[in-house]
Design a protein around this ligand. Structure first.
Ligand code: HEM
Length: 409
């Protein structure tokens, strides 16, 4: 089958539950062209090369054909400046550096690691809420509320405002789902949500300026870094980015994790008795069932020769991370879920200057969530395998994950 039609099959919802045989077909042509002219790159070595190539931009303003659906805050929808995921160096590096100072690693690795008790407390509350039931939806009842609560704590959102954040997170997620209305209507809803979220964040930033406390917003508004402070608008658009970039991704990592563990009972059993097994489990999950299947955000700033193909200047590039992480030239027996692998390098968090900013937090959230679910749910069973999937082919994961169990420990 031609590479172009393989890619359109990957986009087809009918193949969402198991796109991996299609990725294997796609890898036969490491650099191919999709029906819309985008260059699709699917092998590990070529993806890594482009992630580190300064001729590849993440700034949509460089596209030869501007337009297309908005994907991130700061994409013109809300009138806010671009968030740093859509900027190139050196602007990207300035914003990322200032945010990193107040988020934790790498400058202060203990800050994220120090969140373990708080993460366990949030997870414990959610699992305690299962009491008296014999089945739950791991997506709606657990994986969805967990990361929003955590990001609220990181930013310094007062507890009483958390429910508003849950509603905004749900509304934003809804606007990226192509099944929830036509493009113009979703665009309108997105603008409204961002306007509200922006107003809220501006007010909160002001409150933190007057009365600095814990959390990232306080740090940002009172920072006197020699690089200068972020403007209020920059804080708004990047705080919104953290909410969005860290939400659906973490939801899918946890849901994919529960699904994979229930399909591999030996691993689930090991995890139940050894919570630290969650570390290699989460790493292998990021390779085997990655929440971000591909990056659609790249543009060639120059003609780039890659594996015998010239990607022309201005062309859009899609990096199929999920195909690269299962490339047999990179990893042995790639379709086997094996947390005991010795060399576990994957593309789950991307690479290069845009390598996931929230990776340490995401890892920890998933480790705590999976270890606690494994420990506390008695005899958990899948009620629907494969479960129904979301329509989104990029941020791929189950829409629901019904699980039955006998009780709680
Ligand atoms: C970037 C994956 C969780 C914040 C990225 C990228 C990937 C990724 C693949 C690269 C994007 C690109 O190169 O264009 C994931 C996965 C997660 C996760 C799989 C969870 C399992 C989080 C969390 C946060 C976060 C929890 C924040 C709290 C970000 C930000 C960027 C990013 C801000 C942009 C970094 C930059 O442009 O320099 N993430 N992410 N992510 N992620 Fe994550």
């Amino acid at each position: 089958m031609a590479a172009a039609s393989v890619f359109s099959q990957i986009l087809d919802h009918a193949n969402r539950a198991d796109p991996y045989p299609l990725y294997a077909q796609l890898r036969r042509t490491p650099v191919s062209r999709a029906d819309d002219g985008t260059y699709v790159v699917s092998t590990y070595r070529e993806i890594v090369a482009l992630l580190h190539d300064p001729r590849v931009s993440s700034d949509p303003r460089h596209r030869a054909e501007p337009g297309g659906p908005p994907t991130e805050p700061g994409d013109g929808v809300s009138g806010l400046p671009s968030s740093f995921i859509a900027l190139d160096p050196p602007e990207h590096d300035r914003v990322r550096r200032l945010l990193t100072r107040h988020f934790g690693p790498p400058h202060n690795p203990r800050r994220i690691a120090g969140m373990v008790p708080e993460l366990v407390a949030v997870v414990t509350d959610l699992i305690d809420g299962f009491a008296g039931r014999d089945r739950v939806d791991i997506v709606d009842d657990f994986a969805y509320p967990f990361p929003v609560t955590v990001i609220c704590r990181v930013l310094g959102v007062p507890r009483e405002d958390e429910p508003r954040f849950h509603a905004w997170a749900a509304a934003v997620v809804d606007t990226v789902d192509p099944t929830t209305g036509d493009f113009a209507e979703r665009f309108d809803r997105r603008r409204q949500v961002f306007a509200e979220l922006g107003r809220y964040l501006a007010g909160l930033a002001e409150a933190h300026r007057r009365h600095p406390g814990d959390g990232m917003l306080s740090g940002l508004v009172t920072d006197d870094d020699p690089d200068g402070r972020l403007s209020l608008e920059e804080i708004m658009s990047n705080a919104a980015l953290l909410l969005i970039a860290g939400h659906e991704t973490t939801v899918n990592l946890i849901a994919n994790g529960v699904l994979t563990l229930l399909r591999h009972p030996g691993c689930l059993d090991r995890l139940r008795h050894r919570p630290d097994f969650s570390v290699p489990v989460v790493e292998e999950l990021l390779r085997y069932e990655p929440p971000v299947q591909f990056l659609t955000s790249r543009v060639a700033l120059d003609d780039i020769d890659l594996d015998g193909t010239t990607v022309p200047r201005g062309a859009s590039i899609t990096l199929v991370l999920a195909a690269g992480s299962r490339d047999p030239d990179h990893v042995t027996d790639p379709d086997r879920f094996d947390p005991d692998r010795e060399h576990l390098e994957h593309l789950g968090f991307g690479g290069g200057v845009h390598y996931c900013f929230g990776a340490p937090l995401a890892r920890l959230e998933a480790q705590v969530a999976l270890a606690e679910l494994a420990r506390r749910l008695e005899r958990p069973r899948l009620l629907d395998d494969p479960p129904p999937y979301r329509t989104n082919p990029v941020l791929r994961g189950p829409r629901h994950l019904p699980v039955a169990f006998d009780g709680l420990v």
